[in-house]
Write a protein that binds this ligand. Structure first.
Ligand code: UTP
Length: 297
């Protein structure tokens, strides 16, 4: 019988060490790009892709995520009385989906975070979205993968090409056959050492997985960085059933590390409907001041 994807996991229990000290008492997923926390972009993508239930895996100091997606009657009433309907709509954006929470007691790695969700998922295929990547696309990235799943009933891993020198930062696929944007995969390799990557097709935070992944995650094998890696379990899954990679369409923003985060903020600010022009002027002014200072020294 064909199965539908209705459940998604958003793991958000990492330590966020690359953004310390901001992430000491606040989850990295709550860092905003302009006025919206990164995790809200992810929840919106899931909702637009037809997901009905989301499980957010949280950890220590992550209460702000639960508060963020909770109703805030006082605030909503205030916006209503001031007739700020657009803001009200934004504040209520997550009410179209059921959001559930579970705690990962120790940050043992992404693979372990997904394993913590096994009872919520049961025996169904499911989606995983990571907050490290925001994707802007005509058709939501996750929806593209779900459509592939509906054709194949097999696990689908979202990939895009990255620069050669960046491959050591990602899970990388070793593709065998290509059919349009879809790949059969020989191997999934987590963070290959410089110069050893089998391709430049990187796994970028969007997955459709079958529940057969859970016994592999349950082996708690320790991989790269001393963590239980999702990529390693996908590699094992690939040995018992077909796992495809799909080169999704859309612009991907890397918000999981400092430079990507800064770049995304700048680009979103430049594209901002109300402030974009002024931001452009500010940036030009800053650059001009810098270059005239350089000329003087
Ligand atoms: P990252 O490695 O990007 O997140 O994990 P991190 O560990 O928070 O970041 P740094 O390296 O310390 O700066 C990818 C995703 O997996 C989640 C993270 O929250 C992030 O969304 N994750 C990671 C967990 O949920 N649990 C873990 O044990 C590790």
């Amino acid at each position: 019988m064909e199965k539908r994807i209705t459940k998604a996991i958003i793991p958000a229990a990492g330590l966020g060490t690359r953004f310390l000290p901001a992430t000491k008492a606040m989850p990295k997923e709550m860092l905003p790009i302009l006025t919206k926390p990164t995790i809200q972009y992810i929840v919106e993508e899931a909702v637009e892709s037809g997901i009905e239930d989301i499980l957010i895996v949280t950890g220590k100091g992550k209460r702000a995520i639960e508060d963020h997606f909770d109703n805030n009657f006082e605030l909503e009433d205030n916006l209503l009385r001031k007739e700020k309907y657009e803001l009200l709509e934004e504040v209520r954006a997550s009410s179209r989906v059921e959001i559930h929470y579970i705690r990962q007691k120790e940050a043992k790695g992404l693979g372990h975070a997904i394993w913590c969700a096994r009872k919520f998922i049961g025996n169904e295929p499911f989606a995983v979205l990571l907050g490290d990547d925001i994707v802007q696309a005509e058709k939501p990235c996750l929806k593209q993968l779900i459509e592939q799943y509906n054709r194949t009933q097999a696990s689908i891993i979202g990939v895009q090409q990255v620069a050669e020198e960046d491959t050591e930062r990602y899970g990388i696929i070793d593709p065998s056959e290509k059919n349009d944007r879809s790949y059969r995969v020989r191997n999934f390799v987590e963070k290959p050492k410089k110069g050893t990557a089998p391709s430049n097709l990187a796994i970028l935070g969007r997955y459709i997985l079958t529940p057969e992944i859970f016994p592999f995650l349950g082996q708690h094998n320790i991989g790269k960085g001393g963590e239980i890696q999702l990529t390693d379990a996908i590699q094992q899954l690939n040995s018992i059933q077909k796992v495809f990679a799909y080169e999704f369409e859309g612009k991907r923003y890397d918000v999981g590390e400092m430079l990507g985060f800064i770049r995304t903020t700048m680009e979103f600010a430049l594209n901002h409907e109300e402030y974009g022009r002024e931001v452009e002027n500010i940036m030009e002014e800053l650059l001009l001041t810098r270059s005239s200072l350089v000329l003087k020294t």
